[in-house]
Design a protein around this ligand. Structure first.
Ligand code: DAH
Length: 344
């Protein structure tokens, strides 16, 4: 019996020694400890021994088992380390291979246009401010002279948020927030996202961008408004750009106007205008809404309309970006396809 165990010991240790890789070693493990392995078979002999013989034999089997396990584990660690070193050596690094250049991002056309317009107003001494995208009904409508059942609310249906808040439909509430701070005079522009429950198509999106402007001081009149907006038009579209103001209605300004700029493709030139695709033969392109701040709005913000007056304007930024870059579908500005964006 003992000879049998010694034989298992010497043969198994020799095999472990000879094992060339982890797969060999795994076979040895199965042949030794597996269901039909040598150690398992040796243990079965126990049944045929007398009660006196059993403890000594059992101890011998256990010792052998431990010894072989240790030898197997040591060899396993050794072979594993060797295989790792071999794998690393096989991986050849060509230090002369050129690196992969990190691709540089670019500014989104909307960002470029927004920054360009902000810069124009910064150069005129305006401050750039921001308001929240989620607004109170009061700031978005009420304070802007648009009470609960005013028809202007129909055109600006929006997304209502819990707690009586709305996703702002316009950047005009930033006017209110600025005036509420109580510091005069004011000269600000406020760019940002606005939201309306519009269906998506080539010229509509439920989220788009506007830029709001507000000036409040003593003695501000329509001439200041025209001066500022003419400067904007010429800076954006060149010195030849002309503007025209058409009477319009906005609840928060009185009087109100829409400002058009002469078409930058045909210049409104009599000979070219009829076939012009940019202005569709009009010679003019609508750019923004504007007007003198309504006395009710000033009053809502604690400003005395007898002492102070102001002008305001608001424009959509997508349209300017689309015209500037000849983009015919607004969805392209939101899909963020890199193939589109990398053209700018
Ligand atoms: N908030 C208006 C809109 O979304 C745009 C606008 C018109 C803003 C006239 C103004 C303004 O500040 O004076 O249609």
């Amino acid at each position: 019996m003992k000879e049998e165990l010694l034989k298992i010991e010497s043969e198994t240790l020799a095999n472990i020694q000879k094992a060339g890789d982890l797969r060999d070693l795994e076979q040895i493990r199965v042949a030794t400890f597996g269901k039909k392995g040598a150690i398992t078979n040796a243990s079965k002999v126990m049944g045929s021994l007398t009660a006196e013989e059993r403890p000594a034999f059992g101890q011998m089997v256990n010792q052998l088992k431990n010894q072989l396990e240790e030898a197997l584990n040591a060899k396993w660690a050794d072979l594993e380390a060797k295989e790792q070193v071999a794998a690393m050596a096989a991986e050849v690094i060509d230090v002369t291979m050129p690196g992969r250049a990190a691709s540089m991002g670019k500014k989104h056309p909307m960002t470029v246009v927004t920054e360009e317009i902000c810069d124009i107003f910064l150069s005129m001494g305006y401050e750039i401010v921001h308001g929240p995208d989620v607004e109170t009904d009061y700031h978005n409508f009420e304070a802007l002279n648009i009470p609960k059942n005013h028809p202007a609310r129909d055109e600006q249906d929006t997304f209502y948020v819990e707690g009586g808040h709305v996703l702002r439909t316009q950047t005009s509430p930033v006017q209110i927030r600025k005036m509420e701070e109580g510091k005069l005079p004011i000269a600000i522009v406020a760019p940002g996202k606005v939201f309306r429950s519009d269906e998506v198509d080539a010229t509509h999106s439920p989220v788009f961008h506007q830029l709001e402007g507000l000036v409040v001081d003593k003695g501000i009149h329509m001439g200041h408004l025209k001066g500022a907006l003419n400067t904007l038009a010429k800076s954006l579209f060149g010195d030849d750009a002309k503007t025209r103001f058409r009477p319009h209605h906005f609840p928060f300004t009185e009087p109100s106007a829409e400002m058009d700029v002469s078409c930058f493709a045909c210049g409104g030139d009599e000979k070219k205008v009829s076939g012009c695709r940019v202005c569709k033969g009009e010679g003019w392109i609508e750019l923004l809404g504007c007007g003198m701040v309504h006395p009710n709005v000033l009053q809502n913000c604690g400003i005395d309309p007898e002492e102070y007056s102001g002008f305001a304007f608001g424009m959509g930024l997508e349209r300017i970006a689309m015209q500037r870059y000849n983009i015919d579908d607004m969805r392209l500005l939101f899909e963020n396809d890199v193939r589109f964006l990398s053209q700018f």
